[in-house]
Design a protein around this ligand. Structure first.
Ligand SMILES: *Cc1c(COP(=O)(O)O)cnc(C)c1O
Length: 475
């Protein structure tokens, strides 16, 4: 059952007053401090509120926002999954927050955790070595492509192109061009996968790398991956794996075994830590042994005596972030992997795929491509996907990613993740179906029951007003 009653109706939350609007109390200041008179005031006006008033103010503000703890958040490709609270406890351990410049012999526990996480991620991805430094998926891609570039340069191999399927995440294109490569875009085959003939035509002695995600961004497994890898390798190129879709593969298949040479892990999508609201993530990068010496510095190794220490790989591309990157996110990653273990990770990927397939079976929208794994791209057909999505907000769920990838018209790219129960998938399906079959009038004016109703998205993006002072000019 979906909630017929919105958590907060529009009217209730139209305007949560600022603390300074709730109260203005002028307090006299004793003027016998050491500061010069021209730097001090006699009085100051501040809100004088009780603790419950303040707690309620911030709670109300937080409830106008959406989070994975408010309800399902099935953004396709973005993988919004619940962050188990024990990972927060582990990351909040005061021993975790030591100064990164502390001498290695006094920081063995932290170094061991880094070492173990390098090893765990390597095992999960089938990679020989891993850097934890990049602070996000996009930063991981950039690091990986810089490693590919350094490798080609070291082998006096002048290559100018990176091949990317049209359905790839936008960051892939940005990464390749920021690293100085020309992008060769690969049109999708009729079945939504890489078209081998198109790839054959694109691959050449200029190919530095092919960037691929598997399952791809509409959840389809690239069945020809071994052949694809061979084609790229035969031409002297490297194979890059965009690891944002690892939820479908955990414990079942490894990019390294498919022939990939470099990959990043979106640990904030696969191993807890949802990244909504711009929170920090981490994008470790794994490589095969031939590329190990190019990894960013420092890496962690275990010496013969059993102690852990940092070292700089021989041909390191340098640093891509200060110290260890987003350390607390990495601690959560390790805690999540350690708690779940082999069995738990296998269970997570099974449920990620099962949940996507169950949800798909319960919605009335057409899904043009399949069979899919952890996510699917439904189409809202002749209804505007953004309108349907906005109406879903009124039914107490967050909508999926809309209008992307473009190979599916009016796409609603949906990834429920493994965390949702059958109950919550059923309510998600009901929200989908009710929004999809609603009247034009209802969907075009939606959402009507959220704290902010329909906003002018283009102006909000191009002309953002980020200060509360903007409120003054509104009134
Ligand atoms: C999210 C995502 C990225 C980028 O990761 P960020 O951490 O957001 O920089 C890259 N590729 C795919 C397929 C993604 O879903």
């Amino acid at each position: 059952m979906i909630h017929d009653q919105a958590r907060y109706t529009h009217d209730e939350t139209k305007r949560e007053p600022l603390l300074s609007e709730k109260d203005q109390t002028t307090v006299e200041i004793d003027d016998d401090g050491p500061l010069p008179a021209d730097l001090t005031r006699d009085s100051v006006t501040l809100p004088s509120l009780s603790e419950p008033e303040i707690a309620r103010h911030y709670t109300r503000l937080s409830q106008m926002n959406w989070s994975i703890e408010s309800g399902p958040y099935p953004l396709g490709s973005c993988t919004m999954k619940y962050n188990p609270k024990f990972t927060e406890d582990v990351a909040a351990d005061p021993n975790a927050a030591i100064h990164p410049d502390r001498a290695a012999e006094t920081a063995q526990g932290n170094l061991e955790l880094r070492y173990r996480l390098q090893e765990c991620l390597g095992t999960i991805g089938g990679m020989d070595a891993v850097t934890l430094q990049p602070p996000a998926g996009a930063a991981g891609e950039f690091t990986g492509i810089l490693i590919a570039k350094a490798y080609h340069e070291h082998h006096n191999n002048d290559r100018s192109e990176v091949i990317i399927p049209a359905s790839a995440h936008g960051t892939n294109f940005a990464t390749a061009s920021m690293a100085g490569y020309d992008v060769v875009e690969l049109p999708p085959g009729e079945d939504g996968r890489v078209d081998l003939e198109a790839l054959e035509a694109a691959v050449s002695a200029d190919t530095a790398a092919l960037m691929l995600t598997n399952p791809n961004t509409i959840g389809l497994f690239e069945r020809d991956i071994v052949e694809i890898a061979e084609m790229v390798h035969d031409a002297g190129g490297l194979l890059y794996y965009d690891g944002a879709n690892l939820n479908a593969l955990l414990g079942r298949a490894r990019p390294g075994d498919m022939g990939f040479d470099i990959m990043h892990y979106n640990v904030h999508k696969t191993f807890a830590t949802p990244h909504g609201g711009g929170g920090p993530g981490a994008g470790p990068v794994g490589v095969v042994s031939e590329l190990e010496s190019y990894l960013p510095t420092p890496q962690v190794k275990q010496t013969d005596s059993g102690a852990y220490e940092e070292f700089e790989p021989e041909r390191s591309i340098g640093k891509v972030h200060g110290f260890t990157g987003n350390w607390l996110v990495l601690i959560k990653t390790y805690a999540y992997i350690a708690r779940l273990g082999d069995e738990g990770l296998l269970d997570a990927s099974a449920k990620a795929v099962l949940n996507a397939n169950y949800l798909a079976s319960q919605i009335d929208l057409e899904i043009p491509y399949g069979p899919f794994h952890h996510e699917f791209a439904a189409t809202s057909g002749d209804r505007d996907a953004a309108d349907v999505a906005k109406r879903m907000l009124d039914f107490g769920v967050h909508p999926p990613t809309t209008k992307w990838p473009e190979m599916v018209p009016e796409a609603m790219l949906t990834e429920p993740t493994e965390i949702e129960t059958k109950r919550s998938l059923d309510s998600l399906a009901e929200a989908f179906n009710r929004a999809y079959s609603d009247t034009d009038e209802a969907i075009e004016s939606a959402p009507s029951r959220t704290a902010a109703t329909r906003i002018d998205q283009a102006s909000a993006a191009r002309n953002p007003r980020l200060s509360w002072h903007a409120l003054d000019s509104d009134e």
